[in-house]
Write a new protein. Structure first.
Length: 433
């Protein structure tokens, strides 16, 4: 198992990231390691990496356009108005601040499915408030990642509907007959495990005050938060954001929603004609790195699949079929490794369902237990993966003043707070169901 190209390449990626090598370079090197160990050679590995990047092209374009939307909104008073009320609500309560962010972040997955697009809008202007309250940004990273992941794991709405539908379809294709109601009745366990991790992170591990330099906003900007005013430009930008949201839900297309939102903002005067280039450039700066990491992560996933090492790794679990508990634990552990490398829960489920379903049926797991095993095995690793938007998004907001490290301040805390409870809860749940 330790010589498996998937395991070796992900360990290499983790080691390079922990050594503070740029995550994009770490993924590229790890993809080449997987290709060479899998017998593909360097040239074919590069070719697969490039062609595999197409798997996340829509996501990358979505992030660029949503970044432009975020840039336009950031230039209005809308964010300051929201921050004014948040600051008034939390006052000097650090823990309440983190819990409030987790609560609002949940809306980005189910109620208003904009995913990480809200982070570069909301978080950077809040950094001075966090600094004044001496909030450990690792706790904020945990709160944001919880809001980005727990809702779609638990509830079948917004992105959760997509996740649950993929899970249902893959289980049905592999001999486990379930419907969406069956999935919703089980996957709440994953959300409950993540809630425990969130509470431990905020109230235990990262509750102590932490000092940061207040370098992001000027004192004049901070004082302007006390008297927020709304003007015609703000209304135009807000209408554009609403159009982006409606089009996204109506046509099921994030890129088209973002484009329509920008056009409405331009027509109504929310973005002046001579400001379009500036808004697009700022949006690109906000989200381009995330978009490129997601592209390269898709290429990495294509290389891993082509080596055949994922199937070998999953088949390895079958050798531990003497007991349900050990089998369940190994299934979840393999799911963790795969998702850490690919960086997406949605892309992991089709890979593992084909093997896990017949294996779980042979071992005597119930349909409910199989739902939980495959669902959590797919979700594991999304929190903590250097290539996941669930970690890249929080870092993009929290590191706006260059005082938050992606690996040590986002990936490591979220990995510990969420993957450990998910493995424990998933293993116990699969035995009891």
């Amino acid at each position: 198992m330790l010589t498996n190209p998937v395991v070796v390449s992900i360990l290499v990626m983790g080691a390079l990231c922990l050594a503070r090598l740029n995550v994009l370079l770490a993924i590229l090197i790890s993809a080449l390691v997987a290709g060479v160990l899998g017998g593909l050679g360097i040239e074919k590995s590069i070719s697969l990496l490039i062609s595999g990047m197409a798997g996340n092209l829509e996501t990358a374009l979505s992030y660029i356009l949503l970044g432009a939307l975020a840039s336009a909104i950031a230039q209005t008073n809308l964010t300051m108005i929201l921050i004014h009320y948040i600051a008034k609500f939390v006052q000097n309560r650090r823990l309440m601040f983190c819990l409030s962010l987790a609560f609002f972040a949940c809306f980005s997955q189910n109620l208003i499915p904009v995913h990480i697009a809200f982070i570069p809008i909301l978080i950077p202007p809040l950094l001075p408030l966090m600094n004044r309250l001496k909030i450990d940004r690792r706790a904020v990273a945990c709160a944001l990642t919880f809001g980005l992941k727990a809702p779609y794991v638990s509830f079948g709405a917004g992105f959760g509907l997509i996740f649950h539908t993929i899970l249902r379809d893959q289980l049905n294709q592999n001999g486990v007959r379930v419907n969406l109601d069956d999935i919703a009745s089980v996957m709440w366990i994953g959300g409950a495990c993540m809630l425990l991790g969130l509470l431990f992170g905020i109230f235990v591990f990262y509750r102590k005050p932490r000092e940061y330099q207040n370098t992001y906003l000027s004192q004049e900007t901070m004082e302007s938060l006390e008297k927020p005013k709304i003007c015609q430009k703000d209304i135009a930008v807000l209408l554009g954001a609403v159009v982006a949201f409606v089009v996204q839900l109506w046509l099921k297309s994030l890129p088209l929603g973002g484009l329509c939102g920008l056009i409405v903002m331009i027509i109504l005067g929310g973005i002046k004609w001579n400001e379009i280039d500036s808004v697009m450039e700022d949006g690109f700066k906000m989200m381009a790195f995330i978009a490129f990491v997601m592209l390269v992560a898709a290429g990495f996933g294509a290389v891993l699949k082509e080596t055949g090492a994922i199937t070998t790794l999953v088949d390895y679990v079958a050798t531990f079929s003497n007991g349900k508990m050990l089998s369940a634990f190994m299934m979840l552990l393999v799911g963790l490794f795969i998702t850490l490398g690919i960086g997406t829960s949605f892309g992991t489920i089709p890979i593992i369902a084909a093997i896990y379903c017949p294996l779980a049926l042979t071992l005597g797991f119930s349909p409910a237990a199989i739902i939980l095993l495959v669902g959590i095995a797919g979700a594991l690793g999304d929190a903590g993966s250097p290539a996941s938007d669930s970690t890249l998004g929080p870092t993009a907001g929290l590191n706006m003043d260059k005082q938050h490290n992606h690996i040590w301040d986002t990936c490591v805390p979220t990995f510990l707070m969420y993957n450990i409870p998910l493995i424990i809860g998933g293993t116990i749940g699969a035995i009891l169901l």
